[in-house]
Design a protein around this ligand. Structure first.
Ligand code: FES
Ligand code: FES
Length: 164
């Protein structure tokens, strides 16, 4: 890979929620900032910016990733999914989003997009995950509003529906 100057901006092209897009990033720019500032991906929330809160979680090539722990240039050519891509073209919420709404699993909603991406990714790889495993996975997300009861109800309901 050719050397890139510290302040030089390079073009990063990727797929965002099914659409081919690109933008300019300095080598040190975080993927979370790139997605929000260059690509207007408002479903990528930023909290701690050091990998603790989980608010910035997206899927990169199918795997849940904290976008504040990746540089934008590392996402060149990747398939990026955010919570904005979960709903259908017509705006109808997907089954997990519906379960969140039904079970009052969000209040301010700041943590929600990241949790949705972690849950879908985790259940893709662990479709038979039980309550303890799901709780463990949710432990990687900080929610200051809900006390997690509604979130857990929604996730369990969604996991059971997927299995059925
Ligand atoms: S903003 Fe990335 S984990 Fe908190
Ligand atoms: S709903 Fe407010 S932080 Fe989780």
């Amino acid at each position: 890979m050719p050397q890139i100057g510290r302040n030089e901006r390079v073009r990063v092209s990727l797929t965002l929620d099914g659409k081919k897009v690109s933008g300019l990033a300095e080598p040190r720019m975080l993927l979370s900032d790139f997605l929000r500032q260059q690509l207007s991906a408002g479903a990528v929330h930023v909290g701690c910016e050091h990998g603790v809160c989980g608010a910035c979680t997206i899927r990169v090539d199918g795997r849940a990733v904290r976008s504040c722990l990746m540089f934008a240039v590392q996402a060149q050519g990747c398939d990026i999914e955010t919570a904005a891509g979960l709903a259908g073209e017509d705006g109808e919420l997907d089954a997990l989003q519906k379960a969140f709404r039904k079970n009052h699993a969000l209040q301010c909603g700041y943590c929600t997009p990241g949790i949705l991406m972690s849950v879908t990714s985790f259940l893709d790889s662990n479709p038979d995950a039980g309550e303890d495993e799901l709780k463990d996975m949710l432990g990687g997300h900080l929610c200051r509003c809900t006390g997690y009861v509604g979130i857990m109800r929604a996730v369990l309901e969604y996991a059971a529906a997927r299995r059925a």
